[in-house]
Design a protein around this ligand. Structure first.
Ligand code: GLU
Length: 451
């Protein structure tokens, strides 16, 4: 038998598609990684002999369960919850929980797959996982959200643990939801352990965890710009999303002298030609978290801004773009528009926000393009630091954590250079991130033999 698992990439992807019917997001995430890994392992027989590529594309397990809860009208509602435990070769499963009506097994499998490489890139001992439910927290009362979170945790608790699987937040899951879930875990198990990250500061949370994903994506962008001898000062930035990642990314861009022009949500985007400064960012944060309002309301408050219903912000001319909303929010045409308008750098705060076609457009244009698994790893990195603090039963001070985040983002950038630098000095960050992440996980898998 040949040591090569598959004759070519197409056969491999065809096989993945066949084994995961109706899961386009998962197949897309696998393809994005396999495009680089396929030739990286071509001359490395050990990976073929142990079928590493095939094994890495198969989650350790997918747990799916019913989540029943009672709404404020006394009606019984039924949702589906999941936890995808993708790979724990280098540490306990780690990754967020997403509550959103678009959540499916395919979405969570893609996210858990991405998370595995992302977590490896941070250099911290964390495996990859992801969970969630097709529950929409929008428009629900606090008590409805509480009852849902408690019901979700009533099943999840038996599958997680500080040394087993450590969930955190993601879209639709923030401090409020983490609090309800941690409370329920503690109540059921009678244990106060670091089973979740993103906790409140009063009960074991870490400083700078809320800021970390957005700040980290901007630090990564800074590192990329530095390779071309430039920085963010005076640059125009287009940002999508208006949640935790987008607002803290905007804050850091502003602090570093850039001008933020846009925010968005699933209904449309706002364009503020005056720039979205710190006061306006604070207004957005409050509007989204306290009032749980829509970004469209921004234009009532700031009169020079315009709202574009049903549109995405990529047509606004900019120097740099930070997609911080959700998967597949930037397609091939959007990528071409950004480049035509002079965009030189893209740093992904969201997970897989660019379609495969968009990724190829960015790579072909040789702009600075950082995939989410590298650029948005700051969030989970500080989650890893929260785990360390919980294990030590102490909390570290802010300057220490800020420095660790900066160092980790710089380390990820260096790993991307190590494996992504091309002969003409162009850095293929997608390739660099894929290979660096893969290599660490794959080598641990080799050490364990066939398990
Ligand atoms: N959901 C975030 C991510 O996509 C954070 C996960 C975590 O902190 O565990 O990386």
């Amino acid at each position: 038998m040949s040591v090569r698992e598959y004759p070519d990439l197409e056969t491999f992807i065809g096989d993945v598609r066949k084994h995961n019917p109706g899961q386009p997001e998962f197949v897309q995430a696998v393809q994005e990684v396999a495009e680089d890994i396929f030739d990286f392992i071509a001359d490395k027989p050990q990976y073929h002999e142990y079928q590493i590529l095939r094994r890495i594309c198969e989650p350790d397990r997918v747990i799916s369960f019913r989540v029943c809860w009672e709404d404020d009208q006394g009606q019984i509602r039924v949702q589906r919850g999941w936890r995808v435990q993708n790979n724990n070769s280098i540490g306990p499963y780690k990754g967020g929980i997403r509550f959103h009506p678009t959540v499916t097994e395919s979405v969570l499998k893609f996210l858990a797959f991405e998370q595995t490489f992302k977590n490896a890139l941070t250099g911290l001992p964390m495996g990859g996982g992801k969970g969630g439910a097709n529950f929409n927290p929008k428009g629900k009362s606090d008590h409805e959200v509480m009852r849902f979170c408690q019901s979700y945790m009533t099943e999840l608790y038996r599958h997680v643990g500080a040394d087993v699987d450590v969930p955190a937040g993601d879209i639709g899951v923030g401090a409020r939801e983490i609090g309800y879930m941690f409370g329920q875990y503690k109540r059921i198990t009678n244990q106060f352990t670091g089973v979740l990250t993103g906790k409140g500061l009063e009960y074991g949370g870490s400083l700078i965890r809320p800021e970390a994903t957005g700040y980290g994506a901007v630090y990564f962008l800074q590192n990329m710009l530095a390779t071309r001898g430039t920085d963010l000062s005076g640059m125009n930035a287009v940002i999508s999303g208006s949640g935790n990642v987008a607002t803290f990314a905007a804050e850091k861009v502003t602090q570093l002298g850039g001008k933020v022009l846009t925010f968005s949500d699933s209904q449309g985007f706002v364009h503020d030609p005056d720039g979205i400064d710190q006061d306006k960012i604070d207004w957005v944060k409050e509007h989204k978290t306290k009032r749980r309002g829509r970004i469209a309301d921004y234009v009532q408050e700031f009169k020079n801004a315009t709202y574009h219903e049903g549109k995405r912000p990529w047509s606004v001319p900019c120097d740099v773009a930070l997609p911080c909303a959700t998967q597949n929010e930037l397609d091939g045409d959007d990528a071409r528009t950004l480049i035509a308008n002079g965009c030189i750098g893209v740093s992904e705060g969201a997970n897989m926000p660019t379609t495969l076609e968009g990724v190829h457009v960015f790579k072909d244009a040789r702009i600075l393009y950082a995939p989410g698994k590298a650029a948005n790893a700051g969030g989970v990195a500080v989650s890893g630091l929260e785990m360390s603090q919980n294990s030590q039963r102490r909390s570290w001070k802010e300057p220490e954590l800020q420095k660790l985040l900066l160092d980790i983002m710089q380390g990820i950038h260096e790993s991307c250079l190590q494996y992504g630098q091309q002969s003409d000095d162009y850095v293929d960050y997608v390739r660099g991130a894929n290979i660096a992440g893969f290599k660490k996980v794959a080598d641990a898998m080799l050490a364990y033999g066939v398990v």
